[in-house]
Design a protein around this ligand. Structure first.
Ligand code: ZN
Length: 438
């Protein structure tokens, strides 16, 4: 490895302002959690208790608790009945005090505490709790964004969630914070149509379960109204790994899925000049007792994505797949379809080894025409460790490509390196959202 080039790339990477294109963070106007006070239905989560009670640690802590057959065991139902602070205490004791933190998520919390100027090895959470309780949330968001090197956070706004819907309806200016950009999440329409249909009907839309009458037009009216209300940068749709895009199918369920997908979601994206983000591969609730920590993953059939990209050449699909095994097929498919823009190392792939492997492969197959990472942060401070790590790894992988280019006879200037990193960390996304007519 050429250390000089490596260092230059890392230094330049540290100066590029990042756009985080997919998070579950919200501006404070949506309601922020208050350290030490569990009430209030907050949408923006932050602080030590939320960090440690996050679902990443729920499955990890169950791996080290006594087995269900042993004395002192704790079942998922008992765990979930505990207050957030007690869950955080248990996670700290088991995963940080009784053994050195090793996993990706554990080391991440250590990095967060250190970056915030705290000692990362306190015997309990008392000091952290009082430190967070003294923070002003607005100033704290600025500080976290500065430490993460992020200048814009893209939210995931969910109009089918009653709590979030009420926040938008109560306050039309709820999303006015310039640090946060809205996105409208639409997957209930295709993934859970009967439930979405019941909600739409209750809200006054003339929809029918079997798509009869003007159902398609009414779903489009709902989407148009939310685009008007939220002014999203794109539409987002999470799909289970076994989804099928078969418009010509004789199976009514498949036929309806394709109609809702093509004639509602894609048609709306097209009309408003928006990208449609597809996040494919979460297998929801494989262990239902674990609740939000009970989701697994599955491989998907890339031919379904080919069918979507081929049917709709005039709409750009931001695509991330959850299964490691699907990553190479996604790169090859994106080479064929310029309207597929791969993004991020999602969820279980957002780890050191997987970011390295996937970013290397994408650079080799796609050059710099993709979006290497998003944080998916659901607790504010997660931004710090996720971006410090990803920025470093992306720089490392890019430097490897420049070393290959230099070996082949080309020298790469700092200006060219800066332009590449700007594309990867901000520009490829910015170019596509400004390409829309919206
Ligand atoms: Zn997400």
């Amino acid at each position: 490895m050429d250390d000089g080039l490596q260092q230059r790339v890392e230094q330049i990477a540290a100066s590029i302002p990042i756009t985080d294109i997919h998070t579950h963070l919200y501006s404070p106007a949506f309601g922020a959690s208050r350290p030490g006070d569990p009430g209030g239905d907050p949408l923006l989560l932050w602080g030590i208790d939320e960090l440690l009670a996050y679902h990443y640690f729920v499955d990890e802590v169950f791996r080290v608790l006594p087995a269900r057959s042993e004395p002192g065991s704790l079942g998922p139902a008992q765990f979930w009945a505990m207050p957030v602070a007690d869950r955080a205490d248990l996670v700290w004791q088991k995963l940080f005090v009784e053994r050195p933190p090793v996993s990706e998520a554990c080391v991440g919390v250590v990095d967060v505490l250190t970056a915030l100027g705290l000692e990362p090895d306190e015997p309990d959470l008392t000091r952290y709790r009082s430190w967070f309780a003294a923070r002003d949330i607005d100033a704290h968001i600025d500080e976290v964004m500065r430490l993460a090197g992020v200048t814009k956070l893209v939210m995931t706004n969910e109009p089918f969630t009653d709590l979030e819907r009420s926040r938008w309806l109560e306050n039309p200016r709820v999303a006015d914070d310039p640090r946060f950009a809205p996105v409208v999440r639409v997957d209930p329409i295709v993934e859970r149509w009967p439930e979405a249909c019941r909600k739409l009907a209750a809200w006054g839309y003339g929809v029918a379960d079997d798509l009869s009458g003007d159902t398609i037009g009414e779903v489009r009216r709902f989407l148009d109204e939310w685009i008007e209300r939220a002014r999203p940068e794109y539409l987002a749709c999470s799909l289970s790994p076994g989804y099928r895009h078969e418009p010509d199918s004789d199976d009514p369920a498949l036929h309806d899925f394709a109609r809702l997908f093509d004639e509602c979601l894609v048609a709306t994206a097209r009309e408003h000049g928006l990208m449609l983000a597809l996040m494919i591969g979460a297998n929801r609730g494989i262990h239902p007792e674990m609740q939000i920590a009970g989701d697994g993953l599955g491989k998907t059939d890339i031919n379904q994505l080919v069918s979507i990209a081929r049917t709709h050449p005039d709409v750009t699909f931001l695509v991330t797949l959850l299964s490691r095994e699907d990553q190479h097929e996604l790169c090859v498919t994106a080479r064929k379809f310029a309207n597929i823009l791969p993004f991020g190392c999602w969820w279980y792939l957002n780890t050191t080894s997987q970011i390295r492997e996937i970013t290397r492969m994408r650079l080799e197959l796609l050059g710099t025409a993709f979006i290497p990472q998003h944080s998916d942060a659901r607790v504010l401070e997660q931004l710090i460790y996720k971006w410090r790590q990803s920025r470093r790894l992306i720089g490392e992988c890019l430097a490897e490509r420049y070393i290959e280019a230099e070996r082949a006879g080309l020298s790469v200037s700092d200006a060219a390196i800066e332009a590449d990193l700007d594309r990867l960390l901000r520009g490829n996304y910015a170019a596509r959202i400004s390409a829309g007519v919206h």
